[in-house]
Ligand binder design. Structure first.
Ligand code: CMP
Length: 252
């Protein structure tokens, strides 16, 4: 059943739309400056990146990189969302990470010369700033500020991967579903006055399953149980994570 959006949900939707519009309309040097990776650069450095970068938009469901391919370019996300995935021999997908505007991917193969470590697929229409291999390496070599930011981001990704590994090894599936939801909520959600956390556009049950090493059917069962127990509310694509669940997990 379709329900009216609450004022908070309307605000989230509007802010997302405005952000996307701003980035697509104006991939200018100023927009680049807003990207954390480039934040510490001076005008000249920004200018030279802007001059050699290409901008491209791909529709939802496009494979931007394929695991095992040689690496020839670096991608910065200007708008939209991608998932970084790896596939088992049986074709089952495991989502290593989800990246959004301001995030980047494709740097690993350019740094170490190895094939792509994972595939990257657009979850929605997405716009990228693309730097080809030699231009990318030239920029990085000449900018300690960028290099340092890469190091920090790689450390953060390592930490995230450690957490994921720990959860896979030590938590049961319902717990993993809750943690995946709350982690996403902390990243993209909005807190309500009641202390709930609202995610305007929740991932599909299949994507949740692929991110925690489970099946779609199991995730659907866990979502239904959580809703019956009053820990979450589902309103179309929106999920409200109730304060009771956040308290139980000791988050926020
Ligand atoms: P590369 O190996 O060139 O191509 C695939 C890209 O996916 C990789 O560079 C990284 O940018 C990105 N990637 C791989 N693993 C992870 C991860 N665990 N978290 C976030 N991004 C990743």
């Amino acid at each position: 059943m379709h329900k009216e959006l609450t004022p908070v949900q309307r605000k989230i939707a509007l802010e997302n739309l405005l952000e996307q519009w701003r980035m697509i309309r104006d991939p200018s040097k100023e927009a680049l400056r807003a990207v954390p990776l480039f934040a510490g650069l001076d005008d000249q450095e920004l200018e030279s990146i802007y001059a050699i970068a290409r901008k491209r938009t791909y529709p939802k469901g496009s494979f931007i990189l394929l695991e095992g391919d040689p690496g020839d370019a670096f991608y910065l996300i200007l708008a939209g969302e991608v998932k970084v995935v790896t596939q088992g021999a049986d074709g089952r997908e495991f989502i290593l990470a989800v990246q959004r505007a301001g995030d980047f991917f494709g740097e690993m193969s350019l740094f170490d010369g190895q094939p792509r470590s994972a595939s990257v697929v657009t979850n929605e229409d997405a716009t990228f700033l693309i730097l080809y291999k030699q231009d990318f390496l030239d920029q990085v070599k000449h900018s300690p500020a960028i290099l340092f930011k890469f190091l920090i981001t790689l450390c953060q990704r390592f930490r995230e991967s450690d957490k994921k590994l720990r959860d896979l090894a030590l938590l049961d599936v319902p717990h993993r579903v809750c943690k995946a939801l709350v982690t996403l909520g902390e990243r993209v959600g909005m807190a309500s006055d009641e202390g709930d956390l609202i995610i305007a556009k929740r991932p599909t049950h299949q994507d949740v399953a692929n991110g925690i090493g489970s099946s779609r059917e199991t995730v659907t069962r866990v979502f239904n149980d959580l809703e019956k127990q009053g820990y979450i509310s589902l309103l179309g694509r929106t999920v409200v994570i109730r304060k009771a669940l956040l308290d139980r997990l000791g988050r926020l």
